[in-house]
Design a protein around this ligand. Structure first.
Ligand code: AMP
Ligand code: GLY
Length: 427
């Protein structure tokens, strides 16, 4: 099959690495890709939201399957664009419809969906400029801390956990009256703070049946000991020791099945990944958020542990035959450690030369996934805040993290930084 993968991060390098191993894949293109994805296929210079250029490319190159990495094209309706076009209609698109992608694209939509389907999540209310004063009263009476969320996509920056009512009111005003995130914050969800430990579970679904393809724990803060600013994710581990059979049983019974059954009951067209962002409060799982795509850097540990041919799973999504597939995982632990550019998640430089990559002495137990990189002649340059995600297999999490850190010690760019304590609670 000729497959087009959309995106350019570490997630997409891990997906490209996995798709390229498939017996179904004869040709893989990545748009726009990075310096790592070109080791797995051919990068093409088309943006993820440029549907018209993609259409032309797909028709000229007889593309048979499109796998969508990031959320933005999904929320913008890429699934509907392809499936409603008479010339593209035969292409298999892995991703939800625009309506289904609102699970990530609108916090208010996802909260209402969970309420309708009785899925455990934090109590909430939603406000706009129309009921702004009511929102202020709601905040003033709310227990602390209180969580404010911009309704729409805000590049991971739309969530505020306010320790005081004053901070909460200021953020509320910034979001709604000062349009801090533009249209994305014209509506704000205010919710109860849940105190617990987070983990994520990943599912592939055709909207009726599903398969769990893995789970992981992400380290979101930039600093060691989970301090400092929130990032897209500084590292991940899988499996997560507290995700045992009892907990997973509750996740399946209380969360995953009601979600997938909800898609079927509400006629939500959904043929792709669901990312369940969960928090364990006491012994019970709650949904913090849904994403309509895989996580980054979660994909960099989930794909290496998944033993199945990923395109088999994609074809089963298309053919409604997921139930005929057994999913199996590598027994070993996986950890990924992300190398970022100095200053990230604030301002950082791009275009820095990476030294030492060619001479790397890696074993089959370590994979260097590229995130924000680009090829320039013979050189690899940084091209983003998160630059690499180095994944290793190990006998346990500590062993896997140690191997990744050894490899991270062998290459360098100016200002390179990575957390040394990924997986610290489990090492
Ligand atoms: P979200 O974009 O909804 O995933 O939120 C980003 C992060 O904020 C989550 O990964 C959590 O760490 C935190 N968060 C979001 N909602 C809550 C909540 N209700 N209680 C506690 N922490 C939360
Ligand atoms: N690592 C979190 C995310 O992909 O949203």
């Amino acid at each position: 099959m000729k497959i087009l993968l959309l995106g350019s991060g570490g997630r997409e390098h891990a997906l490209a690495w996995k798709i390229a191993k498939s017996s179904h894949c004869s040709c893989l293109f990545i748009a726009p890709g990075n310096a790592g994805t070109q080791q797995c296929g051919t990068n093409i210079n088309i943006g993820v939201n440029d549907f018209e250029s993609q259409k032309k490319f797909c028709l000229e190159n007889n593309i048979e399957m499109v796998v969508v990495g990031p959320e933005e094209p999904l929320v913008k309706g890429i699934y509907d664009f392809y499936t409603s076009d008479e010339r593209l209609g035969n292409i298999i698109v892995i991703g939800p419809s625009a309506y289904g992608a609102q699970l990530e694209g609108s916090k208010a939509f996802s909260k209402k969906f969970m309420q309708r389907q009785n899925i455990p999540t934090a109590a909430y209310a939603e406000f706009t400029s129309e009921n702004f004063d009511e929102g202020k009263k709601y905040i003033a009476a709310h227990s602390l801390p209180v969580v404010l969320k911009a309704d729409g996509l805000a590049a991971g920056k739309g969530v505020v956990i306010a320790a005081t009512h004053e901070d909460a009111l200021n953020s509320f005003e910034e979001m709604i009256l000062k349009r801090q995130f533009g249209d994305a914050s014209s509506k704000v969800v205010i919710e109860q703070f849940l105190d617990g430990i987070e983990t994520s579970v990943f599912v592939l679904t055709d909207g009726k049946d599903y398969k769990i393809i893995g789970h992981a724990k992400d380290y979101k803060r930039v600093g060691e000991g989970d301090t400092g600013l929130n990032t897209g994710g500084m590292g991940c581990v899988s499996p997560v020791p507290f995700v045992d059979d009892v907990f997973m049983g509750k996740v399946i019974g209380n969360i995953i099945e009601p979600t997938i059954n909800g898609f079927a009951k509400e006629n939500i067209v959904y043929k792709g990944f669901v990312f369940f962002g969960l928090i364990k409060v006491g012994d019970e799982p709650y949904v913090i958020e849904y994403n309509c795509r895989m996580g980054d850097p979660e994909t960099e540990v989930v794909m290496p542990r998944l033993k199945n041919d990923i395109v088999d799973l994609f074809l089963a999504v298309h053919n409604s035959s997921l139930n005929s597939i057994d999913v199996s995982y590598d027994e070993r632990a996986c950890a990924t450690v992300v190398a970022v550019s100095g200053g990230y998640p604030g301002d950082y430089c791009k275009g820095l030369a990476v030294a030492g990559l060619k001479e790397l002495a890696t074993t089959a137990e370590t994979i260097v996934f590229h995130a924000g990189t680009k090829q320039s002649g013979n050189e690899i340059l940084t091209n983003g805040g998160r630059v690499f995600a180095v994944t290793s297999y190990g006998n346990n999490i500590g062993d896997a993290v140690r191997k990744s850190k050894t490899v991270l010690g062998q290459f360098y760019f100016d200002g390179m930084y990575f957390r040394k304590d990924i997986g610290y609670e489990f090492a």
